[in-house]
Design a protein around this ligand. Structure first.
Ligand code: FES
Ligand SMILES: [Fe+2]
Length: 561
C-alpha cells in the first residue's frame, strides 16, 4: 500500500460516497477478505481480489465511467477499464468512480491468517503452512535441507536401487517403503519428476477467461498461468524480473497487466515487461524492457486438462500422452463443463493414491457398493503407448445400483464409449475417470512425503451441464463415498509403510500390471539425466490376454493395439 493509502481514515473494507461523482474505498488487506471474494462472478458491486493489494469491482458499466477512467494507465490510484462491464482499481482510487458504483455489497465473512505449524518431522525438515483465502485450501511449502541422496548411502538416481522394479512383472516387487515416506526421496522425486515432466496443473476451464491467473507449484517451483487477450494460455515462473518477488500468491484475475507488488513493475498477459514506474528517472545504460520479460514455462491443454512442464528437454505433451487423445477422441472432452470442485487433504503419499486408483484388485473388499455398478469381471486393461496406466469397465452396469446412470449420457457416443467407463492414471498426477454421462478428475499435488492435496472436479457434457441439483446429487454422493473408502485405505497404507517399513512385496501379475508400468515410469524419471531421452511405454500388444481381463470384452475400446 502506498503512503497515501495508509493515511486513510476508513475502516477496512468500508466505502463512502464522496461528492456526487466518486467513491472512496478504505484499505482492504487481503487477509481480511472473505473466501467469497476469491471467486467473484462479478455480480453488481461484488468484489474480487487481484493480487494482494487491490480489488476489482463488478459491474460498473463503461457508459457511466468518467473520462479519466477510460484513459488510465493503471498506475497507483488509477483505474483501468476491463471489458465494458466493470472497472479495475489500482489502489484506493478516489475521484474517478461514478455515483452508480456507490452500491458495493461487501460480502460478509473472514479468512484465516497465516500460521506457522511445526511439522512434527524429525531431522532437518521444516514446514510452514499458510492458510489460503478459501477455508478449504492451503498451501504447504516444504523446505528440506537434505543432500538429495537416499538414505543409508542409497542414491535414488542410480539403476541399482530400482532392480526390483526393473524385473519382469511376474518377478517384480513393489517400491521400497522409503519411496513413500523418506524426505530425501520426496525431495529428489520433486526435482526429477515434478520439475521435469508434464504435470497436470488444473482444468482448462480454470483459465477460461482472459486475465484469469492461477498459481501452481511444480516441485519446489511456483508458476503462474494466464490466458491472454489473444486467447493463448501461457505459463511463467512466478517471479518478477526486477528483484525476483513472487508475483501472485493465489489465483486471481487481472485486467491486462500482471503487477509486481514490490515496485509495481507490470507485465502483459504475454509476459512482456510493459511498465517500470519511475525506473528511468535516472536512465540505465542499455536498459531494454525486451530483455526482462517473465520467464516462460511450457503449458498445454488436452481435453479438459491443463498441463505444465518446467523442462525444455521433455518431449511435447502429445508424445507424453501417446494415443490417449485418439482413444478419447469420441468424448470431445474439450467441450465438457466443470460442474464443481472440492479439495481434500490426504495423509498419504501421492503414489499410494495413484496406485490404488490403478488396480481393481481391492474393489470387492474396499468398495462393496461400487462393485455393484463396476463389477470386477467387467474390467479390462486399457493401455496404448503413452505415459498412462488405464483400465476400462464395460459395460458400466446397473446391476444393483444405478448411481452412475442417473444422468443422461452424452449424445453421439459410439457403442463402446456409451456403455463403458475409462479409468486412466496419467503420469504422474492426474486420475481421469470418464463415463458416458460425467467425468471425475482427481489432481494430486504432493505436499510432503506422507501428504497430498487432492483436487476433485466433476465435469458434465454440455448437453446436460445445467441439470438440477437433484439430478446431479447421486453422482456426487456415490463418488465421494467411493473416494472416502479409497482415502481410508491409502492412509492406512501410509501408516503401515511409515511405522513398520516392511520389505517390498510381490505385485499381482493379473491385477497389478499397471502399477508395474507406473513404477517403471517413475524409475525412468528418477534415473535419467535428461527427460529428453525418456522412452514412452508401449501399449498392450496382444500377447498378454490373460492379464487384460476376464473373458472377451463385449465392447472393445476404439483403439486397442
Ligand atoms: S521486485 Fe518486482 S518490481 Fe521490484
Ligand atoms: Fe478404490
Amino acid at each position: 500500500m502506498p503512503p497515501e493509502a495508509a493515511n486513510s481514515s476508513f475502516a477496512f473494507g468500508e466505502t463512502s460516497l464522496a461528492k456526487v461523482d466518486h467513491l472512496e474505498i478504505g484499505l482492504v488487506p487481503a487477509h481480511v477478505l472473505p473466501p467469497e471474494a476469491a471467486n467473484s462472478s462479478f455480480a453488481f458491486g461484488g468484489t474480487s481480489l487481484v493480487g494482494d493489494d487491490h480489488l476489482e469491482i463488478g459491474l460498473v458499466a463503461a457508459s457511466v465511467l468518467p473520462p479519466e477512467a477510460a484513459n488510465s494507465s493503471f498506475a497507483f490510484g488509477e483505474t483501468s477499464l476491463v471489458g465494458d462491464d466493470h472497472l479495475e482499481i489500482g489502489l484506493v482510487a478516489a475521484g474517478v468512480l461514478p455515483i452508480e458504483a456507490a452500491n458495493p455489497s461487501w460480502p460478509e465473512g473472514s479468512a484465516e491468517g497465516a500460521s506457522v505449524a511445526d511439522s512434527g518431522l524429525t531431522g532437518s525438515a521444516s514446514r510452514v503452512q499458510a492458510a489460503g483465502m478459501k477455508g478449504e485450501r492451503s498451501t504447504t511449502i516444504e523446505t528440506w535441507t537434505g543432500t538429495g541422496s537416499g538414505l543409508g548411502g542409497t542414491t535414488w538416481g542410480t539403476e541399482d536401487v530400482w532392480a526390483n522394479t526393473r524385473r519382469p512383472l511376474p518377478e517384480a516387487l513393489g517400491l521400497s517403503p522409503e519411496c513413500y515416506t523418506a524426505p530425501d526421496f520426496h525431495r529428489f522425486e520433486q526435482q526429477r519428476l515434478f520439475e521435469r515432466g508434464w504435470v497436470c496443473v488444473g482444468l482448462a476451464a480454470d483459465v477460461a477467461e482472459t486475465g484469469r491467473l492461477i498459481v501452481r507449484q511444480l516441485g519446489s517451483r511456483s508458476i503462474i498461468i494466464t490466458r491472454g487477450a489473444d486467447g493463448e494460455v501461457r505459463g511463467f515462473l512466478n517471479a518478477c524480473r526486477h528483484r525476483g518477488t513472487e508475483l501472485a500468491d493465489r489465483d486471481c484475475s487481472v485486467a491486462n497487466t500482471i503487477r509486481c507488488p514490490y515496485h509495481r513493475w507490470g507485465y502483459g498477459l504475454d509476459g512482456r515487461l510493459i511498465a517500470t514506474p519511475l525506473f528511468e528517472q535516472v536512465p540505465r545504460v542499455g536498459f531494454d524492457t525486451a530483455d526482462y520479460g517473465l520467464v516462460p514455462v511450457r503449458v498445454e491443454a488436452w481435453g479438459v486438462l491443463l498441463f505444465a512442464c518446467l523442462d525444455d528437454q521433455a518431449p511435447p505433451l502429445h508424445t507424453w500422452l501417446g494415443d490417449l487423445p485418439e482413444r478419447m477422441a469420441g468424448y470431445r472432452l474439450d467441450e465438457w463443463v466443470k460442474r464443481e470442485e472440492q479439495t481434500v487433504e490426504i495423509k498419504a503419499n501421492w503414489k499410494l493414491i495413484s496406485e490404488n486408483y490403478q488396480e481393481y484388485y481391492h474393489l470387492k473388499w474396499v468398495h462393496p457398493e461400487l462393485a455393484k455398478v463396476s463389477r470386477v469381471p467387467d474390467h479390462y486393461r486399457y493401455q496404448g503407448p503413452g505415459m498412462y496406466c488405464g483400465q476400462t469397465t464395460s459395460p458400466v452396469s446397473a446391476d444393483e445400483r444405478n448411481d452412475w446412470l442417473v444422468l443422461p449420457p452424452r449424445p453421439g457416443l459410439d457403442s463402446s464409449d456409451s456403455t463403458s467407463g475409462r479409468f486412466v492414471a496419467i503420469f504422474p498426477n492426474v486420475l481421469l475417470s470418464v463415463l458416458p454421462n460425467h467425468v471425475f478428475v482427481i489432481r494430486l499435488d504432493p505436499t510432503a512425503p506422507g501428504a497430498t492435496t487432492e483436487t476433485c472436479s466433476f465435469l458434465l457434457p454440455p448437453e446436460s451441464a445445467d441439470v438440477d441439483e437433484a439430478a446431479f446429487a447421486p453422482t456426487r454422493k456415490f463418488w465421494f463415498e467411493v473416494n472416502g473408502e479409497d482415502i481410508d485405505i491409502v492412509e492406512r497404507g501410509q501408516r503401515g509403510l511409515t511405522m513398520s517399513a516392511p520389505p517390498p512385496g510381490p505385485l499381482s501379475p493379473r491385477f497389478e500390471e499397471p502399477l508395474h508400468r507406473f513404477h517403471n515410469m517413475l524409475a525412468d524419471c528418477m534415473t535419467l539425466e535428461s527427460v529428453g531421452t525418456i522412452s514412452v511405454p508401449a501399449g498392450d500388444d496382444g500377447s498378454e490376454h490373460d492379464r487384460w481381463g476376464t473373458g472377451v470384452n463385449p465392447n472393445p475400446p476404439l483403439v486397442d493395439s
